[in-house]
Design a protein around this ligand. Structure first.
Ligand SMILES: C[S@@+](CC[C@H](N)C(=O)[O-])C[C@H]1O[C@@H](n2cnc3c(N)ncnc32)[C@H](O)[C@@H]1O
Length: 434
């Protein structure tokens, strides 16, 4: 049993630290203050955090009725306390509760939240400095919450401070894109920008993104990718599938537009909120008409809570997979994660590429010799960072598939890789589930 609360921090605009951004967002775990004495270590040792640790180590959900309704609660995952190992995977910062749009998801109730609605830069600075003083390694700082991060008048200062206090942390922004990119960022650089743009046509887009302009959101993405800055962020167009923006025509035209404005990824998102798409969902995601390889899918966590994590039978390291052709191997292939979620979906993900760095043509996946499906490809900047000489940042692969019956334990998972020259290589590894 696990969730990400002992790997991450979620800070609201008023400095309150809450139990992440889903069902637990009403539970306060502490507050950040700007005084020099304030320390993140004191927060992580407080009664609430001790209660979370104790509960998980006993296999009990920390907040019984809340955790079972939380999309981030994974009953089948092993308990890991990353904070004890001085690692914070993500600090999520709600720079501003204000917004220029009025979307259904945020509209209800946010203005009743306690003031201030703009985060004070002093408490943010204290938070980052305290993480460093207490010896935490921070992997990512994500500007996202309720409201709109770029509506903070000093947004670029948040980015600058993070670069100066924790330069090694990646910085990610989630925005509605109804802004001028250059004015918002000034001379600052972000690593990844998600732009929430749910539709290609104004008439469908504005049904959820009330007061928004789709052409402005598209221009924002195009401006990021055509900027003259020395390093360009990865841009991910996040497109939630509703029943008013899911026609095949609009989905295909959106893909063409994404290629035209040079975004790195177009992510179709399955939601469970009102007006969710009835045509496409997690169960028939492979039927979405595709005209571009930059498309990927993502499901809201509530639809994919992990119930079982696969463990390699012979090794703790799933990199140690057997190739059918070890000596003259033409490809690399690594499985990072195999898990099964609530609704009997298996997810298999990792990365693969040809030995000289070219992308693999296709990956067919089998479980105990039963064909499960073909993986889709996506971004893996971490692989590019580890092997820069191979010059490939799109070696990621993922397959989500609904199982018709439970898997055996162990199950032999076979990945059949096809190179661009038509050579086939098989990789297999046995996984235990339970
Ligand atoms: C609440 S928004 C706030 C940040 C920013 N203003 C924006 O629009 O992206 C944060 C995230 O929630 C996601 N979101 C909003 N409404 C949603 C819905 N009905 N279903 C799934 N995700 C949703 C957005 O795509 C975005 O990634």
């Amino acid at each position: 049993m696990n969730c990400r609360i002992l790997s991450s921090l979620y800070i609201r605009a008023n400095g309150e630290i809450v139990c992440d951004c889903d069902a637990g967002k009403g539970i306060s775990l502490g507050k950040v203050f700007s005084t020099d004495e304030w320390s993140i270590s004191d927060i992580f040792d407080n009664e609430k955090y001790q209660h979370i640790r104790k509960s998980f180590s006993m296999g009990i959900p920390p907040w019984k009725d809340i955790c079972i309704n939380c999309g981030l609660f994974n009953s089948g995952e092993l308990f890991v306390d990353n904070l004890k190992n001085k690692q914070i995977k993500n600090i999520q910062i709600e720079t501003s509760l204000k917004c220029n749009l009025s979307c259904g998801g945020c509209r209800l109730g946010i203005n009743q939240r306690p003031l201030p609605h703009l985060m004070n830069l002093k408490i943010y600075e204290r938070l980052l400095k305290s993480c460093v003083e207490s010896g935490f390694k921070v992997e990512n700082i994500e500007f996202c919450g309720n409201g709109e991060p770029l509506s903070h008048p000093n947004f670029s200062e948040f980015v600058r401070l993070a670069h100066s206090i924790i330069p090694e942390a990646k910085q990610t922004l989630v925005t509605n894109g109804n802004w001028d990119y250059n004015k918002s960022l000034k001379d600052q650089y972000l690593d990844v920008i998600y732009v929430s743009c749910d539709g290609l046509y104004q008439s469908s887009y504005e049904k959820y993104r009330v007061n928004g302009s789709v052409s402005q959101a598209l221009k924002f993405m195009a401006d990021v990718k055509s900027s003259k800055k020395p390093k360009l962020p990865i841009v991910i167009w996040k497109y939630i599938l509703f029943d008013y923006n899911d026609s095949d025509e609009e989905l295909i035209s959106a893909q063409k537009k994404a290629v035209e404005i040079a975004v790195d990824k177009l992510m179709f998102v399955f939601t469970h909120t009102p007006h969710e798409s009835k045509r496409y969902n997690i169960e028939n995601s492979q039927e979405i008409p595709l005209v571009s390889p930059i498309v990927s899918n993502f499901s809201m966590e509530k639809l994919t809570r992990i119930t079982q994590v696969g463990k390699p039978l012979n090794s703790n390291d799933s990199r140690n997979i057997e190739s059918s052709n070890e000596i003259s191997r033409k490809t690399y292939c690594v499985i990072d994660d195999v898990h099964i979620s609530d609704n009997n979906f298996i997810t298999i993900q990792g990365w693969a590429m040809e030995k000289e760095g070219q992308s693999i043509k296709s990956i067919s996946i089998y479980c105990d010799d039963q064909f499960i499906g073909k993986a889709s490809f996506g971004l893996r900047e971490d692989v590019l960072r580890a092997y820069p000489e191979l010059k490939n940042d799109t070696s990621g692969f993922i397959l989500n598939h609904k199982l018709s019956k439970p898997l055996n334990s162990p199950t032999k998972i076979i990945l059949q890789l096809m190179t661009n020259e038509g050579i086939t290589e098989n990789f297999s590894v046995k996984y235990l589930f339970g």
